[in-house]
Write a protein that binds this ligand. Sequence first.
Ligand code: MN
Length: 756
Amino acid sequence: MTDEKHNQELADEEMINQSFQELLDSYLKTKHRKKVEIITKAFNFAKQAHKGVKRRSGEPYIMHPIAVAKIVCSEIGLGSTSICSALLHDVVEDTDYTVEDIENLFGPKIAQIVDGLTKISGGIFGDRASAQAENFKKLLLTMSDDIRVILIKIADRLHNMRTLGSMLPNKQYKIAGETLYIYAPLANRLGLNKIKTELEDLSFKYEHPEEYAQIQSKLAETQAEREEVFREFTTPIRQQLDKMGIKYQLLARVKSPYSIWNKMQTKHITFDEIYDILAVRIIFTPKNAEEELNECFNIYVSVSKIYKPHPDRLRDWVSHPKANGYQALHVTLMSNRGQWIEVQIRSERMNDVAEQGFAAHWKYKEGGGSEDEGELEKWLRTIKEILDDPQPDAMDFLDTIKLNLFASEIFVFTPKGEIKTMPQNCTALDFAFSIHTFLGSHCIGAKVNHKLVPLSHKLQSGDQVEILTSKSQHVQPSWINFATTAKAKAKIAAILKRERRGMQHLGEEMLHDFFKTQGLEATPENIQKICERHNIKTPEELYTAIGLKTIILSEDDKNEVKEKPATNNWKKYISFAFGVGKSNKEKSAEEKEPAPKIDSKKIVKLTPDAIQKNYIIADCCKPIPGDDVLGFVDDNNRIVIHKRQCPLAAKLKSGYGNRLLAVQWEIGKALYFPVNIYIKGIDSLGLLNKVTQVISQQLNVNIHKLSIESNDGIFEGRIQLNVHDVDDVKTITTNLRKIEEVKRVTRIENFDDQPS
Ligand code: MN
C-alpha cells in the first residue's frame, strides 16, 4: 500500500466517523430513547459491508447511508429502528449479506424494513414498461407493511437528489422525473412539506436547468426590493404584536422556484405577474397550549385592522386542518403599496408540523417519544386515518392509487399495469364496476392472470384482471348475489331500477295504445280488470310486465274489459307494435311493408317505441333529444331524423321539400344516445382523472370511447358518451368547464371531427 493511498484511507475514515458522530449528536438531541448501542452496531456493520466501495462522487459509499440516516433522524424525526434501517438500507441490495443476516443481528423489525427497501430499490420506472408495474406493486405492497419503508425511501431519494450532480445526465433525467412524479407527491401527502419543496426544486433544476437558472436570477434581482417590501409591511405588524405581548418570529417566505415556474406554466403568466412570491409568516409561541387557536385568530383580527384583508382569501386550516395535518391561518392583506400580500399565521407547533409532518408531534409530547412503545404506532395510525379519509382538496396522485394500509384490502392490476385497491373477497364483477359503470354493466366475464373466469370469481392480491365486455350484455338481477362492494351493488340496483322504470313507461304507453285501437277507455276500472286477469296487484306492475313483454295483451284482455267491438286488424296491430307473436319470417315481411302513410301536416312525435322501429337517426349529424330536428321520409318510407342545421338536411330541404316532416322529441329520459364531446386544456397530472370523475362519478354517465392526446402541454380529448338528451350534454359540459385546466368543451358530431 502506497503512502498516498494510506493517507486517503485515513482521511476517509475520519470523515466517516465525523459524519456518524454528527448523526449520533442529532439523535441524542431528540426525545427518543437513547439507543446508541444498536445504532452504532448498525453503522459498524454497514461500514464494513460497503468497505472499499465508492460513490460516483468519489466518496466512500457508507457516507450515503449515514446521510440518509441523518435525514431520517433530523428532518423526518424518526427513531432508532428507522435510523438503523436507514444505515443498513443498501446492504442487502449491494453486498453479499442477506435479509436473514440482518434479522439475526438486528431482529425481525429492522430486517423487515430493510427487506422492503431492497424490494423497491429498483425505482418506479424501470427500463422496461412491465418492470414499472412490478415495481409499483412492490412499492405499494411494502407500503402497506410499514410506512417507515416509505419514509426512509423518501430520505434515500432526497439524498440522491442532493447529490445528483455526479450522476450521468440520462440517469439524472430518470431520477428527477420519478422524483417529481412520485416522491414529491408522496412527501406532500405525508406532510413532509419541506422535503417535498426541496425534491420539487431539485427535480426542476435538473429537468429544466435554463428555466431554473432564469428564475433563480430573477429572484436574486428582486430580492432587495422584496426585503424592502417586507420591512415596510411588517413594521406596523411588529408594533402591534409587541403591544399584545406575543412572543413571535416574522419570516419572509419566498415562493420556491418550482412553484413559481409551475404557476407561470399553468396560469400563462410571467415572473413579474406572480403576486404571491413573497409571503409573510408569523410564527408565535402560544402562552399555553389551550390558547393556541384563540391566539391565531387574535393575531388575524389585529393584522386585519392594520391592512385591509382580501374578502375571499381567508383560509382557515386552523379549525379544519388539511389532510396531511397542515394547520395555519392564511389571510391576504393589501399593503400600503397596493399589493396583496399573503400572511400565514402559525404557532410554533403548527410550523413544525408543516415542515416535518406528523413526526413533529413527538416534540410536543410529554416525556418524549419512543419509537418502540406505541408512539410510532399512534403516528402511523394518524396517517392511516388521514389516508383513509382524504379531504377533497388533497386530490392528488396518491388519491388515485389510494395508499392502502389495511390488510383487509388487496391490490389488483388493470391490463395496463395500473393499480386498483379493492376490498378483500371482491369479485371480478366488483372490479369491473370499480373501473367504470359501463365496464360493469356490460361485462360478460374476466381474464384473471390471462385465464378466463366467471364474473363471480374472487380476486386475490396481485391478480391482473381484464374485463371482457359485450355491447349486448345487460345487467342481470342475479348479479346482486356476487357483487360485494357497495359501489357495484348500488350501481346494479340503480340500473335495474332504471330499466324497470323505462319498461314501466313503455308498458303504460303500450296499454294505452291497445285501449285506443280497441276503442276502449283507459279508465282505472278497465286497467284494474286487466290487472286482475293477470293476477297483478298494481297498475305499475302491470305496465312493467307489458313493457318487459311477460304479458302480451290479447283478445281475452279486450273481452275482459268488455266494451265496444274490436276493429278488424287489431291483432295485427298489436303484434306489429309489440314486435311479438309472429315468427321471424313473418316479422321481417311485415317490416318491409311501407310504413303507414305519413301525414306531413301533422307534427310527428318521436316516442321511445317509435324511435326504435320506424325512425332512423341520421348518421351524418347524429341528433339527440333536445336538438332542433326535422324528419325526412326516405325511399323505404322510413323517417330519417336530421339536425336542422345539418348540411345534408339543407340539401334535402331544397331538393325534396315535400318529403320533409316536422318532428318533435317525446322521448323523455327513456333512451340513451351516443354523443361526442371534445375537450381542450392545459395538460397536467391528474387532469384525465378529473375529467373522468366528472363524467362517471359526478354525473353517472357511461363513457363509450375515449381518446387523449397531449402535445407540448396541451391536452386534447375526445369522449363518446351515452346520454339521454341535450340537457345531459349541457350538464356535462358545464361541469367539465369547471375544471380549472379545461379551456374548451364542445360537442362534436363525429368522434374524430375537429371542432369548428
Ligand atoms: Mn440508497
